[in-house]
Design a protein around this ligand. Structure first.
Ligand code: AMP
Ligand code: GLY
Length: 431
């Protein structure tokens, strides 16, 4: 079977790496891909920037032309823009296995207001919140004044992971609300703002693959979001990840299934949403009880770079079973090994950074798996092409062994101005 993966990051390289191992995979395409996916698959440029509706036809025609039987959407943007609905609308694409929800399902990530209303309706534990638009600015300010500190403000729409602002004073929260609603700080994404209570606890990323009727729990992971060591400085897309997570005990995960995953899948079905794809639940462990911080309609990045290597089965079989709503028939075996990834980034990330630096050492043998995030090939060299450049994954029988392999892999790679955190997993070693 020919397969197409949409996207260009470390998550998509990890998906390509796993899918390439399947005996069911004939020609594998990644669009647009990166220098890493080019070593496993054929990169094709079907669109520029985020995949938006203007390019859906081109993707659809390519799928027909290349006789593709499975399409996997890596990032959220094309799903929120409705690519799955576009496939459903064309008789020549409708029967193709597609991993990723329709636009209605993608609202779980595309609108925080929608996600909060969904959780309230289906009694899924989450922070208490209210949503305000521009006309309700004064009401929003009055609401802020009633809340204890700190206060969490979230742009309703997609804001490239930057749309959450946590204010330490009421004055700051009032100003932030005004800058989001009136100053259009995040453009259209902050036309509505969700104001919510602050949850104090430890964060965990939980991943589910669902066909709308059944689900499989994938390995959980911990993400390291801040740029600086000891979780300091601005938020990034993720600087590293670890799986399994020691505090995700069986008892805790049972609560996650009972109070979050199952009501979420049942709720989607009640809403008439045909959801076939990944659900990524960002949650907070508050004194042993899970609360949803956010839903994403895709795998996490860099979490995918640690959870995919722990999946022992053929991923293509799992994905096809998902598309055929037969996930209950598909076995899932998870390795008991620990996997860690360390993200190597460009100097200046997550703010301004330069691209085009020559990456050296990629050809050196190492025990680590090197997933490319922002890279591109240029004749015989690989160049940096983004803020997050590589994710270096180690696997071992212990956290120490996995980390040792990740950092050993990192030590072989060099480019001008590279940066990475040296403390990935350290907090878990102390637990
Ligand atoms: P999000 O973009 O929704 O993942 O939020 C970004 C980050 O903000 C999360 O990973 C949390 O660290 C933090 N955050 C979001 N909502 C809350 C909340 N209600 N309480 C505490 N921290 C939060
Ligand atoms: N690492 C967080 C995310 O993928 O959203």
């Amino acid at each position: 079977m020919n397969i197409l993966i949409l996207g260009s990051g470390g998550r998509e390289h990890a998906l390509a790496w796993k899918i390439r191992q399947s005996t069911q995979c004939d020609t594998l395409y990644v669009s647009p891909g990166n220098a890493g996916t080019a070593t496993l698959a054929t990169n094709v440029t079907l669109f520029e920037g985020d995949l938006n509706p203007a390019a859906f036809e081109q993707v659809g025609d390519f799928v027909v032309d290349k006789k593709i039987g499975l399409v996997v959407a890596g990032p959220e943007a094309p799903l929120v823009a409705g690519i799955r609905d576009y496939f459903d609308s064309r008789s020549d694409l409708r029967s193709i296995a597609f991993i990723g929800p329709s636009q209605a399902g993608a609202m779980l990530e595309g609108s925080k207001d929608y996600a909060k209303a969904f959780m309230q309706k289906y009694h899924i534990p989450t922070a208490q919140s209210k949503t305000f638009n521009k006309a309700q600015l004064q009401e929003g300010i009055r609401y802020i004044d009633t809340l204890p500190l700190p206060i969490v403000l979230k742009a309703d729409g997609l804001a490239a992971g930057k749309g959450v602002i946590i204010s330490e004073t009421h004055q700051e929260a009032r100003e932030t609300l005004e800058s989001m609603l009136v100053g259009e700080k995040f453009g259209k994404a902050s036309e509505k703002v969700v104001i919510e209570d602050y949850l104090k606890g430890i964060e965990l990323s939980v991943f589910v693959l669902t066909d709308g009727l059944h689900y499989k729990l994938l390995p959980e992971a911990k993400d390291y979001k801040r740029i600086g060591e000891k979780d300091t400085g601005p938020n990034t897309g993720g600087m590293g990840a670890v799986t399994p997570v020691p505090f995700a005990s069986q008892a805790f995960m049972q609560k996650v299934k009972d109070t979050i995953i199952e009501p979420t899948i049942a709720g989607l079905s009640r809403e008439g949403i045909d959801y076939r794809g990944f659900i990524f639940i960002g949650l907070m462990n508050v004194k042993g009880d899970p609360y949803v911080i956010e839903y994403n309609v895709r795998l996490g990045d860099p979490e995918a770079e640690v959870i995919i290597p722990r999946i022992e089965n053929d991923l293509v079989s799992l994905l096809l079973a998902t598309a055929q709503q037969q996930l209950d028939q598909a076995p899932l075996a998870i390795s008991s090994k620990t996997a860690t990834t360390v993200v190597m980034v460009s100097e200046g990330y997550p703010d301004h950074y330069e691209k085009g630096k020559i990456i050296e050492g990629l050809d050196q043998k190492s025990q680590a798996l090197v997933f490319h995030a922002g890279t591109r090939s240029d004749t015989d060299t690989v160049l940096t092409n983004g803020g997050r450049v590589l994710a270096v994954t180690g696997m071992g029988d212990s956290l120490e062994e996995a980390l040792q392999k990740s950092y050993e892999g990192v030590s072989r790679i060099h480019w001008e101005g590279l940066y990475f955190r040296r403390d990935i997993g350290k907090d878990l070693q102390a637990l």
